[in-house]
Design a protein around this ligand. Sequence first.
Ligand SMILES: Nc1ncnc2c1ncn2[C@@H]1O[C@H](COP(=O)(O)OP(=O)(O)OP(=O)(O)O)[C@@H](O)[C@H]1O
Ligand SMILES: [Mg+2]
Length: 308
Amino acid sequence: MADTIIEVSQLTKHFKGKTAVHKADFKIAKGEIFGLVGQNGAGKSTLLKMIGGLIYPTSGEIKLFDRAMNNNHPYFERIGLLIENAGLFPYYNAYENLDLISILYGLTNRERHIKRVLQLVGLDASNKTKVRNYSMGMKQRLGIAASLIGSPDILILDEPINGLDPQGISEIRKLILDLNKTGITIIISSHILEELSKVATQYAILHQGEIIENHSREQLLLQCEDRIEIEVEKVSSAVSILEEQLNINHYKVISDRIVYVYNSHIENQHIIKSLVENGVSVHSVTKHKQSLEQYFLARIGSEGGSRD
Ligand SMILES: Nc1ncnc2c1ncn2[C@@H]1O[C@H](COP(=O)(O)OP(=O)(O)OP(=O)(O)O)[C@@H](O)[C@H]1O
Ligand SMILES: [Mg+2]
């Protein structure tokens, strides 16, 4: 990947004998929205905390902007974090909260910067309401605003839609897409693949601490696209019949016995008949339709077992 911004290799975290993250490997290119999906306890927050520099890995390496991270890594400052809870001061309003963070960052010209960030996340700088009286959605916006104060290149959002109602979810989704358009690379976690699919351009499935899949958006959608799975004796002869006799062009050869046909309205019986009439021995022809959630559950189910 030419413009890799984050590279994680063999990243592992043990907590007192328990493995929370085990040998994670992935790369994230500049400008991506990287979606990390996993069930409760899969290791999402632990992985994101290591990338954000909040906890040390037990082993493995994180490279940011092509440089290995360590204590003195100057690029930590280029990451904005919203992990688990936003650490907001409940008795201050939005502006005051961001002002405190700006002071910690040593920013000059704070007022202009804070107003710009508040506008970016859709909060009103003149609103004097204390954060303790905010709705979940507003708190989440302010949490994202807080993570933007340092003008990061990378934004890490750990389950940013947790606890939000459908309107709140769609607003945060739009905000994530808008921030990404300004050039920020985003890492976002969720336990709902369907939700991630509305924003993410790259996906990793984390299960019991291990990255069990890593897909581009196109690859993921292809996995779940309606398809007919055909198992035959010899795929090469089947493919020429699919093309020449049935005019099927959208297919993928999976192995020397299996081919997937996408977006075809041709009946299974018709496919079987054509193949058999042309001397191809057919083992099975099945229609396959799967939602992203079914796909996710099948993937983590199929990995089975526990390391503990
Ligand atoms: N500080 C810690 N000390 C001991 N064990 C921990 C610690 N932090 C996390 N763990 C364990 O590591 C595993 C992964 O936890 P983690 O919080 O990373 O999962 P998660 O995917 O973020 O889950 P959730 O969806 O519930 O937020 C869990 O079994 C958890 O109990
Ligand atoms: Mg978590």
